[in-house]
Design a protein around this ligand. Structure first.
Ligand code: TXA
Ligand code: MG
Length: 351
């Protein structure tokens, strides 16, 4: 199958292109599309056979449920049984936006896409191309991140193409994703809202709106099965093994110098994924292609938007081990650290 990449610069002028994507989706085909978090791999979410193609294209385990993307509130009501008070508040405060609500589902949602769960993840993206595409399709769109399972999620159309070339007919290119980490998943089915996956809507933002919010115990290291099935899989992993250095930002430069020197003395080609401060300090000891600058320390929006592309890029270098710089888990730091811990297989050194 030939994969076409179609740049969408103006949804009004390109209504024919959007309509074509909608037609492919209604016909049971797959379309990759931009969102404000990461690129999604979409199919008609009410058509189990269309959704089966997503699992095939991604090599995704069949017990890992898909979330449904909607354009408006009417579509939320079409697929969910009831909207508890918690969810009403989150819809009002954060939708459309980078959040996914876990709600009790109606029977219209096929068992196949929810892995047999009685619930469904509902996400109303803010990205205009995504919204126009969903409206053109006229149905909720099932969409996981548009990567091969286990790899980092794509935040550019070029990265989607790298994983999906020849597997899907169409990629809508809406430019780089604004946030760069997947949506915050909030379970709204219990008495207290629970974060199953941290994202751009932070714990602090949720607490302000709801008064209280829990973190799924699996997120804070407890040896329990995570409630979001996908969180149990190995994820975001670059080819070379990665170790995270964790501690105060002011300790990072000397700690990196020490670790780099030691690994190089053992004959390794060390890749570094770190702040601008650390990368600048290592310029004389690490070759430029092996230095991945994720932004200034504390500039969490920039760091989030860059980490996946930087992780992917290491696979084209000679690095055989990677060192990553950790940070505080306040605000968006919780989502970034969650991804970095998974990318490193929870291998970290306290400095
Ligand atoms: O930002 C995002 O959420 C992106 C964009 C494309 O919208 N999508 C995304 O989908 O990250 P995916 O499939 O890569 O991640 C969805 C996560 C998985 O970990 C899955 O196990 C979990 O949501 N999930 C889906 N349905 C669920 C449910 N009913 N209960 C608990 N977790 C669920
Ligand atoms: Mg994913």
């Amino acid at each position: 199958m030939k994969t076409e990449v179609l740049a969408i610069k103006d949804i009004k002028k390109q209504s024919d292109d959007i309509a074509r994507a909608g037609k492919i989706l209604r016909g049971g085909g797959l379309v990759a599309f931009p969102t404000e978090t990461v690129y999604g791999l979409g199919a008609d979410g009410l058509d189990a056979e269309a959704c089966a193609k997503i699992y095939e294209a991604k090599g995704r385990p069949s017990d890992n449920p898909l979330i449904l993307h909607v354009a408006d509130r009417a579509m939320v009501d079409e697929i969910t049984r009831e909207i508890p008070d918690i969810a009403e508040k989150l819809l009002a405060a954060f939708c459309p936006g980078p959040i996914t609500l876990i709600l009790e589902r109606k029977d219209i949602v096929p068992d196949r896409i929810t892995g047999g769960l009685s619930t469904v993840g509902v996400r109303m993206p803010e990205n205009e191309v995504a919204r126009a595409m969903i409206r053109a399709a006229g149905v909720p769109i099932a969409a996981p991140s548009a990567n091969i399972s286990g790899r980092p999620s794509p935040t550019t159309a070029a990265s989607v193409l790298r994983d999906m070339d020849g597997r899907i007919p169409l990629i809508l290119d809406g430019g780089p994703c604004r946030f760069g980490v997947e949506s915050t998943i909030v379970d709204c089915t219990g008495p207290v809202a629970t974060i199953l996956r941290p994202g751009a809507i932070t714990r602090e933002m949720l607490t302000e709106v709801l008064g209280g919010v829990k973190l799924d115990p699996a997120l804070v290291g407890a040896k329990v099965v995570p409630k979001a099935p996908g969180m149990k899989y190995k994820h975001y992993a670059p080819n070379a093994p990665m170790t995270l250095l964790e501690g105060g930002p002011e300790k990072m430069v000397p700690a990196f110098r020490r670790q780099v020197r030691q690994l190089q003395a053992e004959g390794h080609r060390v890749g570094v994924l770190a702040s601008h401060e650390v990368c600048t300090a290592l310029q004389d000891s690490v070759p430029a292609p092996l230095l991945a600058d994720y932004g200034a320390q504390g500039d969490l929006l920039t760091i989030a938007s860059r980490i996946y592309e930087l992780l992917i890029a290491f696979n084209d270098t000679e690095a055989d081990v990677l060192l990553g710089e950790g940070m505080s888990d306040a605000g968006l730091g919780l989502a970034i650290m969650n991804r970095l811990h998974k990318a490193s297989g929870f291998h970290s050194i306290a400095i």
